[in-house]
Design a protein around this ligand. Structure first.
Ligand code: HEC
Ligand code: HEC
Ligand code: HEC
Ligand code: HEC
Ligand code: HEC
Ligand code: HEC
Length: 502
């Protein structure tokens, strides 16, 4: 495709047959394509040497830079095609678009063009380097995809992993995961640009690496945590907003007879056991079948619910890992109830307004709130209506502002992201969590139920109540004194506690 119709009469000073690519449009195209190629090579090199461990860098490497190349090449060939058409139609002046070094005006233009082209190449080099830096940052994950990732970014900043980069959990070493993450990053960005991503973004995520590769890079399971004490601070929905705290000792690792560790809550992930399960729903909330394998002697035990017959599809059996309990390690979406209680415990939301706990939760969960921007006004209107009395006028504005703030940190109507969509499996109060399996409903063929399903096997209650009651510690553990009245055996906690009313 090098030269053109040499039969044309040559005019305008040109004496030799010339290439159709000798024209301005093709020249500009060549420069753009060159810039694109350069950026592509540079970014691909950064990418493949593992310095750019970010799926979104892939967007620039494999989409934006090649797009420049394609547009440039397009111009390049279009210029040649247009040049030929021009020659055919304007036999008398075929060289209108030609780059002609012998023409002084053109020479000046060519010099300018040359400078422009060099500038463009330098800029594209600089631009791709900047792109690489920006794409790697957490701010990029969280902020550039503002509306899409905002819920995760906001909740992440309040969590224990706020200093762990998004990319440390979401992608990492290993060629296969690298490609997977790259492709899913590209797919997500395209989907996002045409606002076609799922709302809510569906979980569980299937393209995460196995927990061993992520979490165990920093937390090794052999590490003996022992018992961990946690205070759960609540406020009742009564007029006084009475505080209620449960001070609990979680039996994370306990000793097994004759060995240090191996038992307790982290038993599921110890090196001698394999727990597998089958969930019938996408969210992994309904678990009718599980199998425990003792890796030392290879004995297995299968537990199943009475209703579940047959065998689970073998490709849908999942080996339990960290993320089956810690499924919200970095971006927890606390319930409205939790958020209000945390704010009250921190002294930010006043307890001076009667029933403020109840009303604050109700204000946050009004059905009328469907758009992020409307939430503040609706929350304000709701609370103003509940406290019209002049004696509350002094406390009200700060309370309204705090409820609005708490809302903005935990409920994201636009993305439909909040606790109702993203269950947290670590406990059992607001979601089934541990009770998905430890509910006494799963049995082996011999009628053995899942052990450790009574109230004191996973934790002991050291103290509970309010004020002086919390000073009376019981090392042996107390019976749970449920603030909502006597518990019966039929209902699980999450049947009543849904994060809203209680
Ligand atoms: C400590 C590890 C960790 C870090 C750090 C982390 N994530 Fe995640 N992320 C996860 C896990 C685990 C899931 C999967 C939850 C599931 O499958 O139920 C997830 C899920 C998500 C989801 C799917 C929707 C959802 O809320 O479950 C998005 C979006 C997301 N992460 C974005 C981010 C962004 C943006 C950052 C950085 C600002 C980040 N993540 C940092 C572990 C992490
Ligand atoms: C890059 C290192 C790193 C990775 C990867 C990581 N973590 Fe962490 N994690 C930390 C650090 C550091 C802390 C302690 C933060 C603190 O003390 O405030 C922490 C704290 C925790 C805690 C206790 C604090 C809390 O309230 O949540 C849990 C549980 C936890 N990580 C689970 C996980 C799980 C599950 C994963 C895998 C999805 C994971 N981590 C991946 C570094 C990491
Ligand atoms: C059976 C559910 C379950 C599994 C599986 C599990 N954990 Fe935990 N883990 C817990 C519970 C419950 C606690 C106690 C803290 C709490 O209740 O929030 C805990 C505590 C922790 C802590 C200590 C937090 C602190 O405050 O010091 C870390 C770190 C941790 N887990 C990491 C892991 C890692 C890494 C894995 C996978 C190898 C894992 N866990 C598997 C349920 C689990
Ligand atoms: C997928 C099902 C499943 C889930 C979810 C689950 N467990 Fe288990 N857990 C089991 C099975 C099965 C056993 C072994 C029971 C047996 O052998 O009788 C077990 C055993 C235990 C044990 C006894 C370990 C020992 O020392 O022998 C504790 C403690 C425990 N689980 C706590 C928890 C906690 C806390 C949670 C929630 C954070 C939880 N489990 C979630 C299936 C599950
Ligand atoms: C299979 C293990 C397991 C069993 C059995 C179990 N719990 Fe729990 N429980 C947990 C875990 C894990 C948490 C911590 C949740 C968290 O960290 O958010 C918890 C938390 C709690 C809390 C504090 C929740 C809060 O938000 O204040 C109470 C109260 C409680 N359990 C009571 C009970 C009672 C009563 C029973 C018996 C009916 C029981 N638990 C049985 C694992 C268990
Ligand atoms: C029959 C419904 C019901 C069941 C089942 C139930 N609760 Fe409650 N719970 C209530 C009510 C009602 C209150 C009082 C709410 C209030 O005043 O804010 C309450 C209050 C609480 C509180 C303190 C206030 C709060 O908002 O958190 C805790 C903690 C609690 N329950 C834990 C549990 C646990 C753990 C279980 C399961 C072992 C459980 N509940 C089962 C109805 C129930």
């Amino acid at each position: 495709m090098s030269d053109t119709t040499p039969t044309l009469p040559s005019t305008g000073g040109a004496t030799q047959p010339r290439s159709a690519f000798n024209n301005w449009i093709s020249a500009i195209g060549a420069v753009v394509a060159g810039g694109g190629l350069f950026s592509f090579l540079f970014l691909a090199w950064m990418d493949l040497t593992g310095k750019g461990n970010n799926p979104y860098l892939g967007i620039f490497t494999y989409i934006v830079a090649p797009a420049f190349m394609i547009v440039g090449l397009g111009c390049f060939f279009f210029g040649a095609w247009a040049q030929r058409r021009w020659e055919e139609r304007h036999v008398s002046a075929p060289d209108r678009w030609r780059l002609d070094f012998s023409n002084p005006t053109q020479r000046r233009r060519l010099v300018l063009f040359g400078i422009g082209a060099v500038g463009f190449l330098v800029l594209s080099a600089f631009g791709s380097y900047q792109t690489y830096h920006v794409a790697e940052s957490n701010a990029f994950c969280g902020e550039v995809c503002h509306t899409a990732m905002n819920p995760e970014y906001v909740t992440y900043q309040r969590g224990a992993h706020a200093r762990v980069d998004c990319v440390d959990c979401h992608i990492g070493s290993g060629a296969v995961w690298f490609v997977k993450a790259k492709l899913s990053g590209v797919r997500q960005l395209i989907a996002y640009t045409i606002t076609d991503y799922n709302r809510p973004i569906e979980t569980p995520l299937h393209n995460l690496r196995p927990a061993q590769d992520i979490c165990e890079k920093c937390h090794w399971p052999e590490k003996f945590h022992g018992n961990i004490e946690i205070n759960y601070e609540h406020f009742l929905s009564d007029e006084e907003n009475t505080p209620y705290t449960a001070r609990m000792l979680m039996h994370v690792n306990t000793d097994k007879p004759g060995q240090k560790g191996g038992g307790g809550i982290h038993w599921h992930v110890n090196e001698f056991e394999k727990v597998e399960y089958y969930a019938t729903d996408e969210d992994r909330q309904e678990i009718p079948w599980m199998r425990v394998t003792n890796l030392k002697d290879n004995t297995t035990k299968v537990f199943r619910t009475e209703e579940f017959e047959g065998e689970p599809p073998s490709d849908q059996i999942r080996v339990m890992d960290c993320m089956d309990c810690h499924n919200r390690p970095a971006h927890t979406f606390p319930t409205a109830n939790d958020m209000v209680e945390k704010s009250m415990a921190a002294g930010k939301l006043t307890r001076g307004l009667p029933y403020i706990k109840r009303h604050a939760v109700a204000a946050m969960t009004q059905e009328a709130i469907t758009v992020d921007e409307e939430a503040p006004a609706l929350i304000e209107a709701y609370l103003r209506e509940k406290y019209p009395q002049p004696e509350y006028a002094a406390l009200l504005p700060a309370a309204i502002a705090e409820v609005q703030a708490v809302f903005a940190q935990s409920i994201f109507p636009f993305r439909q992201a909040d606790w109702r969509v993203y269950p947290n499996n670590i406990g059992h109060k607001d979601w089934q969590g541990c009770f998905r399996c430890h509910d006494g409903m799963h049995q082996t063929e011999t009628g053995e139920t899942v052990s450790h399903s009574d109230c004191s096997s996973c934790h002991s209650i050291l103290a509970q109540g309010t004020g002086a009651q919390l000073d009376m510690l019981s090392a042996r553990g107390l019976e749970f004194d449920h603030p909502g009245g006597e518990l019966d055996d039929v209902l699980t906690c999450a049947d009543c506690h849904n994060g809203m009313n209680q």
